[in-house]
Each structure stands twice: as structure tokens, then as C-alpha cells.
Design a protein around this ligand. Structure first.
Ligand SMILES: Cc1ncc(COP(=O)(O)O)c(C=O)c1O
Length: 422
């Protein structure tokens, strides 16, 4: 007999966390593993800002331990408002900002606030977790498969055929898993499509909404530039929710602090929903962060420093894969633009492993590399692409520069054992 709801019956966990279990088991058994799968930081390499740590500790000492306001303490919302204005030119009043325990509850709340069962959510693949939130909301999905030629971003031309049937478009830039960003033109064209569609729908029809996750926007490197929809096209503001937070740019994934900004009426409903869940961020973290964010110079120094550390690692891995490619191995990497991710191509479908297995799926490639070299990457099927996808995500948040040599030696040995399929 069926005992659970249809929603929970069909609910599955993250494939990345599944891979992590197997990796942890190997580590427990004493194997040397370079786990480059997790979108997280090793705090011994990437600590949170010292001043932030001190401010949070002080807030505990000051006994800021009762319930925070359900939309976030006003001081933090004001500090976030000033921070996004200063760094991104975005004008959101403290009342248009909602604080929660990380970005995830805010995405969850946006889905449930904007979507009715059976309505359609459109999102690109590869992308992160939209499939799960769509499932929870009971939404139908429209997947747009993207290509490296477009920086793995969907184009307006790809979206246009579906725009009339779509209720929510979920975009992310910089993108997890690829570490790439929208160009100005790409994003402008999508904004124009949404604006035109909402003009067509008029006042009496539900608009198409845009959920724009920009949690990595302060981690953009070199010539790459971050664009957000509201700055490019202010007319899109009434339909747009932006997702953001402390987790990535401040290496603070475990502090659990995120913020969203958007139209006050939508933000208000998201607040009501999350208040019932109780997904508030802890008050000392909110209070400490509000004090920390006001120190512009300290904040900017930290961001400069973390970007330098990340980009050095991304460059190191990018170069390593280019060298393997030059040696004739069937690998490649996409020039990193942002976040902590490198997109790696491992096109081994024409090869067999020493025990005769054809490496024609992401899972098989992952398993072969893990077993034979101890290096673990995430195949893109975990982000919605088909099993045969040749793309993988490499995260540098736990990598030391000094490990590069050993990692590439191990990879080369593993690749050199492959045989071309006859
Ligand atoms: C694109 C994107 N949005 C949101 C999140 C979640 O952030 P948080 O840890 O603050 O819930 C992640 C985490 O990996 C992410 O990659």
C-alpha cells in the first residue's frame, strides 16, 4: 500500500551526494583520493573572513539568541541593500530583501510562491537542482540543452518556442556546474523575450517570471563580466526574483545565510512560506554579517583574495588538461570564467579500460578515474544531461596548488592505460 505522498514518493536525493558517499567510503578505507566533486570549500584552505568570524562570535557573546525577524533582521537587510548597490549597482530597499538559512530555502520558496501544479518551469541543462524544485512544486519541466559555444547558457532563440506555455524561467549566472557566465547580449535577448511575452499576456493573465540565481556573482575572473537582468532591462523587475547570499563568495557555506531580492509582494509571500518552515538564518550569523558587510575595505580585500586563490587553482587545472590534450589524450577544458568550477571534457567513448569496459557513459568514466587514479569529478548527468554526456565538473574549493602535479600524473597514468576500441 502506498503510504507516502506522491511528491515524496518521487523525491530523490542529489546525485552528487550519492557520489560523495562512495568517495568517503574509499577515504575511510585509506585510499588517497582527490575529491574534486563538491561545490564547497575546505575551511583550512578557504576560511571565512576573520572579521566575520569575530563579529559572529561577538553576537553570540552579546546573547543575540532569540528569534530573528522572519524576513531577516533589519540591520542585515539594510547592509545587504547597501552591498548589492555598491558592488552591483542594484537598487533594492531593505523591505524588498528576504533573508533565509542559505539560498536553497529561497529558491524553494520562489518555486512554491510562483508555480501551481502542472504549470511549466523552463531551465537550461546542465544546471543545478532545478529538477528537484520543479518536482517539489509539481511543475512540468521544459529543459533547454545548452552548448559550450554559448557558454552553456540558453539562448533566446532556444527559449522562444516555449515562452507562451512557460510560467517560470530559472536561470543562473555564473553557472553551477560550468563556471561560465551570460554575455550581455545573451541575457538582454532573453529579458526582451520575457518583457514582450508579458506585454502580450497583459494584466489579466499570469506573467512569466524569471528566477535569476546569481549566488556566484562576486566570483568572476579576468575579462569575464557579470550581468544581471534588472540592471540590463529595468522593465523586467516586476517579474524577477534574484537569489544571492553569503555561502560562495565568502566561503561560508556552513554559516547558512542567503538573501533574495525582488518585488515586495512576492518577497512578502516567500517570507510567509519560509516563516512556516522556520528557515530563518541564525540570529548571531545575521547580526555578525550585518556588521561585517559594512566594512567596505575589509570586504573588498577578502573578495580580491578569494578570487585570486580560486582563479590560480582554476588556471592550474585548465593548463593541466590542455597539456594532456596536447599529448594526444581525449580530454579538454573550457576556459574558466567564474565560481569554483572548471568544465572538463573526457570523451572516452571510443576507448576501453584495461578490463575491457567501454567508457561510454559519465558514470563509467567517473568510476574508472576514481578507481584508477583516485581523482573524482562530477559527470554532467548529475546536472540533467544524458548519461552519455562527456562533460564533467571539477570543483577547486578543496584543492591545494601543490597537489596539481600528483593529480595530473595520476590522470595521465590512468588515461595511458586506455585502449582504442577496435
Ligand atoms: C547556483 C547555486 N545556487 C544556490 C546554491 C545554494 O546555496 P546555499 O548553500 O546558500 O543554500 C548553490 C550551492 O551549491 C548553487 O550552486
Amino acid at each position: 500500500m502506498k503510504k507516502l505522498s506522491n511528491m515524496s514518493d518521487g523525491l530523490v536525493g542529489s546525485q552528487i551526494l550519492e557520489l560523495a558517499e562512495q568517495i568517503k567510503q574509499k577515504i575511510r578505507e585509506g585510499e588517497k583520493i582527490y575529491n574534486l566533486t563538491i561545490g564547497d570549500f575546505d575551511p583550512s584552505i578557504f576560511p571565512i573572513p576573520q572579521e566575520l568570524r569575530e563579529e559572529i562570535a561577538q553576537a553570540y557573546i552579546n546573547q543575540e539568541t532569540n528569534y530573528p525577524a522572519s524576513n531577516g533582521i533589519p540591520e542585515l537587510r539594510e547592509a545587504v541593500s547597501a552591498f548589492i548597490k555598491r558592488k552591483g549597482g542594484l537598487d533594492y530597499h531593505a523591505n524588498d530583501i528576504l533573508v533565509s538559512s542559505g539560498a536553497r530555502p529561497l529558491i524553494f520558496a520562489a518555486y512554491l510562491t510562483l508555480i501551481d501544479q502542472g504549470e511549466k518551469v523552463l531551465f537550461p541543462v546542465p544546471s543545478w537542482n532545478n529538477n528537484f524544485y520543479s518536482h517539489i512544486a509539481g511543475a512540468d519541466t521544459i529543459l533547454i540543452e545548452t552548448s559550450p559555444a554559448d557558454n552553456f547558457m540558453p539562448t533566446a532563440a532556444q527559449i522562444a518556442p516555449y515562452i507562451e506555455e512557460t510560467t517560470l524561467i530559472a536561470l543562473c549566472s555564473p553557472l553551477n556546474p560550468t563556471g561560465t557566465v551570460f554575455t550581455r547580449t545573451q541575457l538582454e535577448e532573453i529579458c526582451d523575450l520575457i518583457i514582450a511575452e508579458n506585454q502580450r499576456r497583459g494584466e489579466n493573465q499570469k506573467p512569466v517570471y524569471l528566477l535569476f540565481d546569481q549566488i556566484y556573482w562576486n566570483l568572476v575572473y579576468k575579462d569575464a563580466q557579470h550581468f544581471d537582468p534588472v540592471s540590463l532591462r529595468p522593465e523586467i523587475r516586476p517579474y524577477t526574483i534574484l537569489i544571492d547570499g553569503l555561502s560562495k563568495a565568502f566561503a561560508a557555506t556552513g554559516l547558512r545565510l542567503g538573501w533574495a531580492y525582488g518585488p515586495a509582494d512576492i518577497i512578502h509571500k516567500m517570507k510567509l512560506l519560509l516563516a512556516h518552515v522556520g528557515a530563518w538564518a541564525s540570529k548571531p550569523v545575521q547580526s555578525g554579517t550585518s556588521n561585517y558587510l559594512k566594512n567596505n575595505e575589509v570586504v573588498d580585500d577578502f573578495l580580491k583574495d578569494i578570487k585570486e586563490k580560486l582563479v590560480k587553482r582554476l588556471d592550474m587545472f585548465y593548463e593541466g588538461f590542455q597539456q594532456l590534450k596536447e599529448k594526444g589524450y581525449p580530454v579538454d577544458a573550457i576556459t574558466p570564467q567564474a565560481a569554483l568550477y572548471l568544465t572538463v571534457k573526457l570523451d572516452l567513448s571510443e576507448y576501453t579500460s584495461p578490463n575491457g569496459e567501454v567508457l561510454d557513459t559519465g558514470k563509467k568514466v567517473y568510476q574508472y578515474l576514481l578507481d584508477s587514479s583516485g581523482v573524482a569529478l562530477v559527470p554532467f548527468y548529475a546536472f540533467g544531461l544524458e548519461e552519455s554526456s562527456v562533460w564533467h565538473r571539477l570543483s577547486v574549493g578543496t584543492a591545494e596548488l601543490s597537489q596539481g602535479e600528483d593529480i595530473f600524473n595520476r590522470l595521465e597514468i590512468a588515461l595511458s592505460k586506455l585502449k582504442k576500441k577496435s
